[in-house]
Write a protein that binds this ligand. Structure first.
Ligand SMILES: C[C@@]1(CC(=O)O)C2=NC(=C\c3[nH]c(c(CCC(=O)O)c3CC(=O)O)Cc3[nH]c(c(CC(=O)O)c3CCC(=O)O)/C=C3\N/C(=C\2)[C@@H](CCC(=O)O)[C@]3(C)CC(=O)O)/[C@H]1CCC(=O)O
Ligand SMILES: NC(=O)c1ccc[n+]([C@@H]2O[C@H](COP(=O)([O-])OP(=O)(O)OC[C@H]3O[C@@H](n4cnc5c(N)ncnc54)[C@H](O)[C@@H]3O)[C@@H](O)[C@H]2O)c1
Length: 210
C-alpha cells in the first residue's frame, strides 16, 4: 500500500495536538507554516511551545474526549501509547482525521518531510519506513530546485488567470500555457508581457487559419 499525497487547506481549521513535548513541537511548527488554528492540550509543555502562546491556544490540562469538539484533525503526540491509542479511537468514532506519533497503524495521515517555497509545496513520505530518508530526500530535492521556479510560478499564475478570462477555447488555453512554461523555463524565469501577448496572438491566430 502507499499513501496518497492529498494537499489540504488548513488555514483557520482547528488542529488539536495532544501532548506538549519535542515531537508535538515539530508538528506545531509544520501546521503553523500552513496557518492552521492550533490548540495544544497537555498538563505540561516544553518552553519552545510555551513561547508560541500568542499564536496557538495552550490548554494546560490532561486530555478529555471533549477536547475533540470542532477539530478538523488531531495529533496524538503524548508519551503514553495507551492514551495515544484511546485518542485515535475517539477520533475514529467522531470521524476526525488522526495522526498518532508512535503507531503508524493508528494514523489516517502521515506528516511528510516537506518543502514550502511560496506556492510550491512538496511533500515526501517513505510510508513510515525511514523518516530520516524522507528528510534526506527533502534536502536533496530542495538543493536542486532552481530559485527562479517560485517567481516563475507566480507569474504563470497571473498569466493563467488572464488567459482564462480572454481565450474562450480550452484547448487553446492549454497550448498557450504550455508555450509560456517553455519560454519561462528557457529564460530562467523571465516571462515578459510581450512574450505573453505574442504567444496568445500566435496560438489564437493559428486556430483561426490566419
Ligand atoms: C517526516 C517527519 C515529519 C514530522 O515529524 O513532522 C516524520 N518523522 C520525522 C523525523 C523522525 N522521526 C523519527 C526519527 C528518528 C529516526 C528514525 O526512527 O528513523 C526522525 C529523525 C529526526 O528526528 O531527525 C522517529 C519516529 N517516527 C515515527 C515513529 C513511530 C513509529 O515508527 O512507530 C518514530 C519512533 C521510532 C522509534 O520508536 O524508534 C513515525 C512517523 N514519523 C513520520 C514523520 C511519519 C512517517 C514519515 C515517513 O516515513 O515518510 C510517522 C509514521 C507518523 C508521523 O509522525 O506523522 C520527520 C522528518 C522531517 C524532516 O526531516 O523534514
Ligand atoms: N512521529 C515521530 O516523528 C516521532 C519521533 C520520535 C518519537 N516519537 C514518539 O513520540 C512520543 C512523544 O515524544 P516526545 O519527545 O514529544 O515526548 P515527551 O515526553 O517530551 O512529551 C510528552 C508530552 O505528552 C504529554 N502528556 C502526557 N500525558 C498526557 C495526558 N494525559 N494528556 C495530555 N498530554 C499528556 C506530556 O505533558 C508531554 O507534554 C514518543 O513517546 C515516541 O514514541 C515520534
Amino acid at each position: 500500500m502507499g499513501y496518497f499525497p492529498l494537499f489540504v487547506d488548513l488555514k483557520n481549521k482547528k488542529c488539536l495536538i495532544v501532548g506538549g513535548g519535542r515531537i508535538a513541537y515539530r508538528k506545531i511548527l509544520a501546521l503553523l507554516d500552513f496557518e492552521a488554528d492550533i490548540t495544544v492540550v497537555a498538563p505540561s509543555v516544553i518552553n519552545d511551545i510555551a513561547i508560541l502562546k500568542d499564536r496557538i491556544y495552550i490548554q494546560m490540562e490532561e486530555y478529555k474526549e471533549k477536547d475533540l469538539e470542532g477539530a478538523f484533525l488531531t495529533i496524538a503526540a503524548t508519551n503514553n501509547s495507551d492514551l495515544n491509542g484511546k485518542i485515535a479511537s475517539d477520533c475514529r468514532t467522531r470521524n476526525i482525521l488522526v495522526n498518532t506519533v508512535d503507531e503508524i497503524d493508528r494514523c489516517d495521515f502521515l506528516f511528510p518531510a516537506y518543502i514550502k517555497k511560496g506556492n510550491i509545496s512538496i511533500g515526501i513520505t517513505t510510508s513510515g519506513h525511514s523518516p530520516l530518508m524522507a528528510g534526506y530526500l527533502k534536502k536533496e530535492i530542495s538543493e536542486n530546485l532552481p530559485d527562479y521556479y517560485e517567481p516563475l510560478i507566480d507569474t504563470l499564475g497571473s498569466c493563467r488567470e488572464y488567459v482564462k478570462n480572454t481565450v474562450p477555447e480550452e484547448d487553446k488555453r492549454a497550448d498557450i500555457m504550455k508555450e509560456l512554461v517553455r519560454i519561462g523555463l528557457e529564460n530562467k524565469g523571465c516571462l515578459t508581457e510581450t512574450d505573453v501577448q505574442g504567444v496568445i496572438l500566435k496560438i489564437v491566430e493559428e486556430g483561426s487559419g490566419k
